[in-house]
Design a protein around this ligand. Structure first.
Ligand SMILES: [Ca+2]
Ligand SMILES: [Ca+2]
Ligand SMILES: [Ca+2]
Length: 883
């Protein structure tokens, strides 16, 4: 595929060179094109036109859109008459701010830009199979259409299903990493040699393809080259896995099937209904791109249809608007080997301030739209049916910063509907109707991000429903090492709601409704198995949850009986007037503003409050605009996980050696590495060394807490500190060689609105220290983290003893090497967590602990009844310090 893309580039380059040559005579002979124009010229393009025309009048149109794109400059409009244009358009010029170049279908006429070329000259091969010369080939990207309907590459078993739920065979006993055994396989001799196998192996997370190298027709055993991901039960083929075969002529045995003979450059086809294909329009894909907008700016494309081609941008593309598009069969590649064939497919929004709106995007082997760069928007579009060779990426493949994904309908995916990956920051995903993920694979979230720092990416007011996977099918799924997401006011059904896999930090989950499945909020992790520091889960209506991890709990979210919905059967999760969810929430500024009654409701809808819905609306198009997420408790540190891959937002101090290191923690099995989450971490070295960041916009006279993770080789000491906040500089140090969480609480001065946090290697040795996952959040009563983690590796630290000193133990630890044993009636430990709550007690009086234990192990968990946090006066009445 890489070679294919490269050759595609070469094709485009040569086309561009030809276009450049063509422009010379035009600019000499056509006065309008050779002179400096006032903005606002109009050009016409017609399939009956000529590129030797001047293009400037209705009666002298160009033949190709490219010819118009050769001459149009800022402020010009190119009107395209109805018809099919088989070309890749590479505009020569950019528009300017306020004077874009506009490509527009003329008067509502149907303009199709096709990546296909016609296949003609059919002769009979045998039976209903005909053949015709086809000089071009895109290899695994070949795609054939008859009268606009996509045909199937000749396959077994024959397709009687749908694009996303195709007919597949089932691997039988004896199947292993490089073999499939199936007694139903047709064909004798070497029938399947050289064919291609598509298989969702192992746990069926993704589909992979490989080449059949041998076929034993007696034992019905296929032998194939190793898949791209192997030596892992998640991927290794096994009995029960679904597969199909393509790539040999003998598989062409029914209507709607084709096979391409590479050696002789001929296409074989059994047309729909049989007979000579000459009576139909037969097309095969020939070009990858309808528009190549790399490096261009201020171009608007309006009302154009594209078929079997995409639109590409690069990091230098700015201010492009795609409006009212209908784009079908955007990307097609039947392979997923080791070359990332399914990565970054679909229309590419790269660069900045680009937008697609009011459009339909349909059919892709992978993504339908890939959003990178910054300030790129996908608005009010119907995005459906993609990922039919599913890899990880979703129909919407989102990375980059400050982008708005709003008011879209996103449906029907082989795997994920919306996929997040680093680096990303402060994206806004709102008011989308997202449904039918997981048609072909298993264990996926409809909105999914693994090993990802969202940097306050906000997911809100979406409908997320119907995950088709058979196992592990959350609605919104933040997999291990996924931090800094803000998730609120989403309504989820027919999936398992929300899943946070630990470690999970600074993820805010407010006012969601997820009701139809009993297993909703759950967590699973490999290492750091208790770490959900900074997560807040408030005001949700959640039907049960799976407390695999007891280091967190949910406020106002554990609902066991129906909270009184208007019409649960028809998925109307508004509250009834009698609902106990009414006024059962806590006020969260910016989240529950404008609530009705005595308090906010829990769940996604406020009874009597302003209503909302989700999904696209072509009849009455919405015009949402991006705003930077700003939500209580969101992590205020920029690039705190260093996932930009550089020191962005940080300043090196002291020895000046601070460096960001790429060392993916996902693949680590030990509590080691130079990153603690995701890919990158901070390395300090060479004596006393540090990095700092000043955080602005803080409230004066307010409690905050800075946190982060560090590890140092033996003999070194490092610290997290805070200064310049209006009080005395404070820091917390560690000398642990394993990743250790440290934090510093501080209060801003009466007029101070900023603070500087720093990581520092304080021991002047020659070794290194590593830091990751910095955070700074308010430290308040209502919004505080509701559990306290202390592994006691630094002794009793800030804990206060009573009735004697608890005895140190190294034999009964939950994690690390230390724990303390409390005697049943004498010794106790306490710690003031906030100005309002003081708890912990000798075991005999542990009335507030839901999970009493007389050993204070590495994990100390406190679960408070939800009501106690609702008001301070009530809090004071109900929590009586025992110590
Ligand atoms: Ca067949
Ligand atoms: Ca209320
Ligand atoms: Ca990191």
């Amino acid at each position: 595929m890489r070679n294919r893309i490269y050759s595609g580039w070469k094709r485009r380059i040569s086309k561009l060179m030809i276009a450049s040559l063509l422009i010379l005579p035009v600019s000499v002979t056509a006065p309008l094109a050779s002179t400096v124009k006032a903005a606002g010229n109009t050009y016409y393009v017609d399939t009956n036109g000529s590129d030797t025309n001047n293009g400037t009048s209705f009666s002298t149109p160009f033949r190709t859109i490219q010819q118009a794109a050769n001459v149009a400059t800022g402020g010009d409009t190119v009107y395209i008459r109805g018809g099919t244009y088989r070309e890749t358009v590479t505009p020569v010029n950019s528009g300017t701010s306020g004077n874009p170049i506009t490509y527009q279908n003329y008067n509502g006429e149907t303009v199709v830009m096709s990546g296909n070329d016609l296949v003609t000259g059919w002769t009979l091969d045998s039976g209903n199979i005909y053949k015709a010369p086809m000089a071009w080939s895109l290899g695994a990207g070949n795609q054939v259409f008859v009268d606009g309907v996509m045909m199937d590459e000749a396959r077994w078993p024959n397709q009687t299903g749908t694009m996303l739920n195709p007919t597949r065979a089932t691997a039988g006993a004896g199947t292993d990493t490089t073999h499939v055994v199936d007694t139903s396989l047709p064909g004798g001799g070497n029938f399947w040699n050289g064919a291609t196998i598509w298989i969702t192996g192992g746990s069926a997370w993704i589909a992979m393809t490989s080449t059949i190298t041998a076929y034993d027709s007696v034992s019905k055993k296929l032998t194939f080259d190793p898949l791209k991901l192997t030596n892992n039960s998640a991927y290794n083929p096994k009995s029960g896995n679904k597969y199909y075969l393509t790539g040999i002529k003998d598989a062409l045995d029914t209507q709607n099937e084709w096979w391409y003979d590479t050696a002789n450059s001929e296409l074989y086809l059994w047309a729909p209904g049989g007979g000579d294909p000459s009576s139909s329009t037969v097309e095969a894909k020939s070009r990858m791109n309808a528009f190549d907008l790399s490096g261009k700016a201020y171009i608007t494309i309006n009302g154009i249809r594209t078929v079997a081609s995409t639109i590409v941008m690069d990091s230098n593309t700015n201010h492009v608007v795609l409006d009212g598009m209908v784009s079908k069969y955007i990307s097609h590649n039947k392979l997923n080997t080791a070359a990332n064939e399914q990565t970054n497919l679909g229309i590419n929004l790269d660069g900045s301030y680009n937008e697609i709106r009011n459009s339909e995007l349909a059919y892709s082997s992978g993504s339908l739209v890939t959003v990178k760069g910054a300030y790129n928007n996908v608005i009010n579009s119907y995005i459906h049916d993609g990922g039919y060779v599913p890899d990880w990426d979703g129909l919407v493949n989102l990375r980059g910063a400050n982008s708005l994904i709003s008011h879209n309908t996103v449906s029907d995916a082989g795997r994920v509907t919306v996929y997040f990956s680093s680096p990303m920051s402060a994206n806004d995903i709102q008011y989308n109707n997202i449904y039918n993920a997981g048609w072909m694979t298993d264990d996926l979230g409809m909105l999914y991000g693994p090993n990802n720092d969202g940097q306050n990416t906000e997911i809100h007011h979406n409908f997320v429903h119907d995950n088709k996977a058979t196992n592990t099918k959350p609605g919104i799924y933040l997999d291990n090492y996924t931090n800094n997401f803000i998730i609120h006011h989403n309504v989820m059904w027919n999936n398992s709601g929300l899943q946070l896999n630990i470690p999970s930090n600074y993820n805010l989950v407010y006012n969601n409704t997820a009701w139809t499945n009993a297993t909703t909020v759950q967590a699973w992790g490999n290492i750091f198995t208790t770490d959900m520091y900074g997560d807040r889960i408030f005001n949700n209506i959640i039907k049960g949850y799976d407390p695999e991890v007891t280091a967190y709990t949910i406020h106002g979210s554990e609902v066991t009986s129906s909270p009184g919905f208007v019409n649960e059967a028809s998925r109307d999760y508004h509250l009834l007037s009698t609902s106990p969810a009414k006024d059962a929430g806590i006020a969260i500024p910016g989240i529950t503003d404008g609530y009705v009654g005595s308090a906010p409701d829990i769940g996604a809808y406020e009874y009597g409050g302003s209503d909302w819905t989700a999904g696209h609306n072509f009849t009455s198009p919405p015009s949402p605009t991006y705003s930077t997420p700003s939500t209580p408790n969101m992590n205020l540190v920029q690039n705190g996980g260093f996932e930009y891959g550089n020191l962005s937002s940080w300043t090196a101090t002291d020895a000046g050696n601070a460096a960001v290191i790429n060392d993916n923690h996902w693949v680590k099995t030990a509590n080691a590495g130079m990153s603690r989450s995701q890919f990158f971490g901070l390395k300090l070295s060479g004596g006393v060394d540090g990095a700092e960041q000043t955080i602005t916009g803080l409230q004066p006279n307010t409690n905050y807490v800075a946190g982060g993770w560090l590890r140092t080789p033996a003999g070194e000491t490092a610290a997290l500190g805070v200064k310049n906040f209006g009080g005395t500089e404070k820091s917390t140090s560690s000398s642990s060689s394993t990743w250790t969480f440290v934090k510093v609480s501080f209060k801003t001065g009466t007029t101070n609105t900023s603070a500087t946090i720093y990581f520092k290697k304080t021991f002047p040795g020659a070794g290194e220290a590593y830091f990751d996952d910095a955070g700074l959040v308010p430290d308040s009563a209502v919004y505080q983290s509701i559990y306290e983690f202390d592994s006691f590796e630094n002794g009793l630290d800030n804990w206060v003893t009573s009735g004697g000193t608890p005895s140190l133990s190294s034999a009964q630890t939950h994690s690390g090497s230390n724990s303390y044993i409390i005697k049943k009636t004498s010794t106790g430990l306490s710690k003031t967590l906030t100005p309002y709550t003081t708890k912990l007690s000798p075991c005999g009086s542990m009335t507030m602990l839901q999970r009493p234990t007389c050993r204070l192990l590495g994990l100390l968990m406190m679960v408070l009844p939800f009501e106690v946090l609702r008001s301070i006066p009530r809090l004071r009445q109900r929590i009586i310090p025992i110590v």
